[in-house]
Design a protein. Structure first.
Length: 109
């Protein structure tokens, strides 16, 4: 029985490795196709003498903190009825939308 379980485990691992490799190959092929398309579009673009270029930089830093600690610190309390909002305007709406996403097990960004 132990031999069968060992053979089965090795077989599953080998299949997982092949599936993972194929997935990586497919992503590489897709990215190569996108890059080649962008390079082709770049070559076909006409340039003028008065070309202007704008360069910008954006960054985003995510913070991972215990949400209940933060909500407790700002005085939030669990609402009676969770609700979804498109935009937030006050603490009550923050409490309700947090409860809404918490209830559904989803991240609220």
């Amino acid at each position: 029985m132990k031999i069968v379980a060992g053979v089965l485990a090795v077989t599953v691992i080998i299949i997982a490795v092949f599936v993972y490799r194929r997935r990586v190959e497919m992503e590489t092929e897709r990215m190569t196709a996108v890059l080649n398309g962008l390079l082709k579009a770049e070559q076909e673009a006409s340039l003028t003498n008065r070309l202007r270029v704008a360069v910008g930089f954006g960054s985003c830093v995510d913070m991972i903190v215990p949400a209940l600690d933060i909500l407790g610190h700002i005085g939030a309390v669990p609402p009676d009825s969770p609700k979804h909002y498109d935009s937030l305007h006050d603490l009550d709406e923050l409490q309700r939308i947090f409860a809404y996403f918490f209830h559904h097990g989803a991240a609220a960004e």
